[in-house]
Design a protein around this ligand. Sequence first.
Ligand code: SAH
Ligand code: SF4
Length: 391
Amino acid sequence: MPVNLLDFDTAGLAAWLESRGEKPYRARQLMRWVHRAGVAELDGMTDLPKSLRATLAGEVVVQAPAVTRDSIATDGTRKWLLSVGTGNGIETVFIPETARGTLCVSSQVGCALECAFCSTGRQGFNRNLSAAEIIGQLWWANRALGADLAAGKRPITNVVMMGMGEPLANFDNVVTAMRVMLDDHGYGLSRRRVTLSTSGMVPWMDRLREACPVSLAVSLHAPNDALRDRLVPINQKWPLRELLAACRRYIDGAASAPDAGDLDDDPVPAGLAAKWQRAGSPRDFVTFEYVMLRGVNDTLAHARELVDLVGDLPCKFNLIPFNPFPDSGFERSHPEAIVDFQGELLSAGFVATVRKTRGDDIDGACGQLAGQVQDRSQRRLRREPMEDTRA
Ligand code: SAH
Ligand code: SF4
């Protein structure tokens, strides 16, 4: 079986080459051809010695998952369904904006964590994606969008690990893929422009800080354990107190991590409380995602409880209007409820943004990615209807 070059970060490829009696520095050349130039054939890698190309021929491939559907929404959001074998498919979404382009990348086929309001979670879980299948989403999207990284043509400026799956539950492969995203011989993205979103797998948050600190988003969604236990069941294992302590450790540790540093970083979000701007790095805070569910977690009382909960933890809030899917059992909060909730956070001195819903007509928004999942999980948790807490 040939090895897939997309499965390696530079260090891994150097070790593999060395084990075959080749010069490890060739890894950097190969990485540049594959990722920066988007070349899949050895013949196209013109500065590699012919003898090396001949040796590697038949032993290596560059293989991203095959695209089986390509949809473009009226707002320009683009969604690809990628085949990952045995009837399984994952989704990748490109969100173009004026000053940046964001790729939302999947990490697993489905998800085992069963958050009550998430379409991926509802589908069940099949398997982890390989590193090649994860970085292959970026590799493929760059090609499809006509990128030329060497010439500075970069349609994708940001990556968010917010597609299907819980990235920290597929730790090693996600870290390998993110290292390629950050590597100058790969995609050369700044740590500030690569964001990992987790539902709160506490021990792996600590490992991430050590292995590959990137911007961290945490799916909070509730201001107390009773409600979070039901919305995000992993909370039963790692409750809020432990989760918030892990967030603090992450910020303290990650703030000192060196950055590969690109010249074109995102500015610090306007209005971020000055006391939290250390060296102007947006990595000095955690982003809390909070899905707005009508009558479930969206009252002013919830907002106040949230303010008390986070205390002086450096953070900002991203409120996500719930994206509906069939039989979800939830509704999106009223627009006025979202504005009021945001107002409560703002007046307590926090930065709080409301996420724009993109790709509505192709089901391309957060929590709507469904792909094709042959569920192999033993569903453990029973879903109970949420009561309306406003009553
Ligand atoms: N598994 C990771 C990352 C993928 S989900 C996590 O849970 O953080 C990305 C974000 O979308 C998470 O904050 C998730 O809670 C949120 N989300 C899930 N379903 C949603 C829905 N139906 N509407 C809006 N946001 C949703
Ligand atoms: Fe999994 Fe994230 Fe969906 Fe929860 S919200 S089920 S962790 S993908």
